[in-house]
Structures are given as C-alpha cells and as structure tokens.
Design a protein around this ligand. Sequence first.
Ligand code: CTP
Length: 419
Amino acid sequence: MTAEQAAGQQSMAAMAGKLAGRHIVIGVTGSIAAYKAVDIVSRLKKCGADVHVILTREAAEFVTPLTFREISGQPVAMDMWAPVQEFHVEHIALAKLADLVLVAPATANILAKAANGIADDMLSTTLLATKAPVWFAPAMNTNMYEHAATQHNMEILRTRGSHIIEPAAGHLACATSGKGRLPEPAVLVEAVVQAMTAGQPLKGRKVLVTAGGTIEPIDPVRFIGNHATGRMGYAVAAEAAARGAEVVLVSGPAELPAPAGVRVVRIQTAREMHEAVLREYADTDLVVKSAAVADYRPVHVAAQKIKKSEDGLTLHLTRNPDILYELGKKKTHQVLVGFAAETQDVESYARAKLAKKNLDFIVANDVSQADAGFGTETNRVTICGADGSVERYPLMSKRELAGIILDHAQQCLPGMSAK
Ligand code: CTP
C-alpha cells in the first residue's frame, strides 16, 4: 500500500457516516473518466449517503448501468421513456430528492446543455428541475476545456450558482497532456463531505416547530381563526433544516410550500396540534412554538350549518389546552422557545409568559405594528431570556430572524455554542 493510499484510507475512515441521511444524485456523462465515477459512488456510500446514479447513453458505453446499480444499491436512471420496471417514480423525482447533484465526469456537452437549459434526457431534465446545489466536475480534452464556448458555458453556470470543480492537469486519455483530468475520487468526495457538513451545527438534533394559526370549527362551514400565516414558523423550520437538524413542522392551515427536508404534520385545531406536538416531544431537543394557538373553541360543533334567525347568536367557548405550558411542565432536556404576540406592554407580558411556561427564551413582538407580526415578510422583536437578558432587534426579514432565534437556541442546547 502506498503512503497516498494509506492516507486516503485514513480519511475515508474519518468520513464514515458523515453523509448519513443525505441524498446525492450523481450524473455520469460520456467521458473516458466515467469509470472513476464508480469509485466516487462507492466512497459516497461509505460516507453513509444515499446515492442515485443517472447515466447518459454515452456514459453507458463506457460503464454499464449494472455496475452502478451494484455499487449504489439503487436502480440506475437512464432513459426517461423506458418502460418503468424498477424505477417507480416520475422523471423529476430524483431532482426533488437530491440534497446535491454532482455531475462527474461532466463533458463539454452536458455543460453546454445545462448552461442553455436544454432538457432532452434524464440527466439534463434533472439538472433543470432540481433546486439542490449542482456541482460539475468537467473532464475532457484540454482544447475542448479551453474552448471559449466551454469556458463561457461554465461562466454561465457559475453565475447561476453552480459549483465547477477545477479539473486537474496531467496526462489525458487522448494521448495529450494538459488540463482536463477528473480529480481523484478521494479528493472529490472529501470536497463533497466538507461542503455538505459545513455550517450544520444542528446535525443530530431534532427540532420541533409549530407554525400558523389553529382553526376551531363552529359548524361545517364556519370556524374561529386568527391572522397567522405560518411565515415565521416556516422560516425557522427551513433554517433549522439548513443547519442540519431533523425538523418536524406541525402546521396549521397555511398556503406556504413545505420547506425542503422538513417533515410537515398538518393539523387544524389546537387539540390536534396538542396531540401532534406531544407525540414528537420526548426525543426532541428544541421546540420553537411560533404557532398562534386558539385559546378557546366552541363547546359544541354543530353537525349542520347553523341557520340565521331574528335573534343574535351566542357561542359558548371552552378553553383549549395551553400546549407550551404543558411542554414546560414535562420538560426534561428540551430547550423551549415561545412567542408572545402582544398589542401592549410587550416586554412585561412576554416575561410573565416566559416564567409561567418554563421557557428558555421568548420572542416578543408587537403585532399592532404594520410591518411586524401577522402576514408580513418582516418582523421586529425583543428576545427575553430566562437568564434575565433582553435583546431588542431592528426590523428584519423573518428568515433572518429565524437565524437569530436558532443562534440563541444553539447557545441553550447542551454541548453547543452559537455558530
Ligand atoms: N401557546 C400554546 N398553546 C396555547 C396558547 C399559546 O402553546 N393554547 C403558545 C404559543 O404558541 C406561543 C406562546 O404560547 O409560543 C404564547 O402565546 P400567546 O398567544 O402570545 O399567549 P397566551 O399564552 O395564549 O396568552 P394570552 O392569549 O392571554 O396573551
């Protein structure tokens, strides 16, 4: 074993399991370096990743689909129109599943297609349909690599946010020497592992977020509700997922798309939220309770639509469970973050809730302001900590605020400091 191989084996051991739960789609195109993609897939599997391979027809001339199927342990996607036998999903399923799409080796042809939005086979369609980061590892003859068209295409892809891995220089299969070699699989995989695990301070933690308002039915067509839209909670869920957490989002009715990588549990009433939250609570590390829960519900829900009469209508309401209060009482190791939507005496009401509900901190906002609170893209809050701290923040986007809330929460989690 050479010193280089030994070093490679050591770093593989250090990377084992680091990509557990991550989905990587590898696009292999028709370059002689396609054989190296077998090693890349094998290494990514050893890091714990779930790896799916998409082969172009040309790539399949170099390495058979069977090889990739055996190494990846997954069916290999090749032809969009082939009769579906093993691959029981629509052709953009891999685009949705991917946490990262790596095209290695990437020919001049796939770079040109991706730069121009051409979608005429499984791989190019996936590249157009995915929202995941896309990496290209070009491998080709030096003249093709240096051609103005290829350089221009790579520039377009970079501008759109794709990552281009510099090819190595050296002896090429076309008996010339120069830039255009696919980097060694060990180097490529290490770069992938680093990128996918950097900035993931919540990896291994379970975060439970509640969002939106609950609705309490009066009869089959009417309900009691509130103005919450779920924006704040969805932003926290998205940010927690981006920081590597396992995220469960218990959401009242909301017209927002589910954030990537988040398990959404949809509920309608406070009692349903109560049940869903308690089901997830025991092994949760952090709860961010941004939902606006209805404190009361009608005692009786009419089975049929209530018809109007000449008289007024009195609704008898009864208390809903205070979910956060109950979580505070049952708290073992969980960090609890509450919200306080107030219209007056914001800080003093918030402090009272912080103490009563046994929270680590509370995010208080004055919902009577037009640019902060329900339905806005922005918020202006004060964060009051159980340690007596008070921090007032200026107006900012809800996604930015989500980051600040999670920075605070990370300081409260055992064994962590803010990122
Ligand atoms: N909350 C909850 N269950 C309830 C009511 C509130 O879990 N039945 C949570 C909210 O998600 C929020 C915090 O408690 O994180 C404070 O909610 P808020 O509506 O501001 O306060 P309440 O405790 O309901 O008190 P009040 O309505 O009297 O202001």
